[in-house]
Design a protein around this ligand. Structure first.
Ligand SMILES: [Ca+2]
Ligand SMILES: [Ca+2]
Length: 229
């Protein structure tokens, strides 16, 4: 038996014996053991692109590839998600007769993301609270952030004297109604937003609610009072 450190499992022994060992060119076996450190929870994927003949791979004692037979080919296997830290990988290999080959690569597979439970947050840059802006086209703008991506910013405009909301069709009504702002970078964690509406002189407020793809809504929506003159 020969024991030594090897940096990678990437061997095409062909019809020869592994160099530097006492074993013959047929009927030999190898056990490779290594520690694999995960910085973050992930699965380990073992990809054996070319194995001749048999292979077994286990991670922390759990078999992920079991192909202990005399044949050539590719095999792969994957763990379920492992915790961050050190994991032990053992690869067993054997050669029967004829050609011999062993190529095994380990890689990390990030776990699927969990549900999005973090709501976005929106801010209003214009108008500033208490500002008086010219009648006509009034442009609202601001920014919105989310841990994964802002998909919508809904803007509601209220006539604070009549206590009515600007409806989708441009009329004013008692029901809360919104318009979708234009996002500079929709679906990203940080975006600007803008919306223009036409307003006559009066007293107004704007209510802004950002959403993400999971329909989480900003729990602290800005509500900015302003005047039009
Ligand atoms: Ca063989
Ligand atoms: Ca989110």
């Amino acid at each position: 038996m020969t024991t030594r450190c090897e940096t990678a499992i990437a061997y095409n022994y062909g019809s020869s014996a592994p160099s530097g060992t006492a074993v013959g060119s047929n009927y030999f076996s190898v056990r490779w053991t290594r520690q694999y450190t995960l910085a973050n929870p992930a699965a380990l994927l073992a990809t054996a692109t070319s194995i001749d003949d048999g292979i077994r791979v286990s991670v922390d004692g759990v078999r992920i590839i079991d192909a202990w037979r005399t044949s050539a080919g590719s095999r792969s296997g994957q763990t379920t998600t492992l915790g961050a830290g050190v994991h032990t990988v053992v690869v067993d290999y054997f050669e029967g007769t004829g050609n011999a080959r062993a190529d095994v690569v380990l890689s990390e597979v990030a776990p699927p993301p969990g549900p999005d439970v973090t709501a976005p947050d929106a801010t209003v840059v214009a108008p500033t609270p208490g500002a008086v802006v010219p009648a006509g086209t009034v442009t609202f703008d601001g920014a919105a952030t989310d841990d994964r991506g802002v998909t919508e910013v809904r803007v509601a405009v209220r006539d604070t004297v009549a206590k009515l909301w600007l409806q989708a069709n441009g009329t004013w009504g008692s029901a809360y109604a919104t318009r979708n702002a234009t996002l500079a970078a929709p679906g990203t964690p940080s975006t600007g937003w803008t919306l223009a509406v036409t307003l006559p002189a009066g007293s107004y407020a704007v209510d802004v609610r950002a959403r993400d793809a999971a329909a989480n809504i900003d729990p602290t929506p800005p509500y900015i009072s302003f005047g039009v003159a």
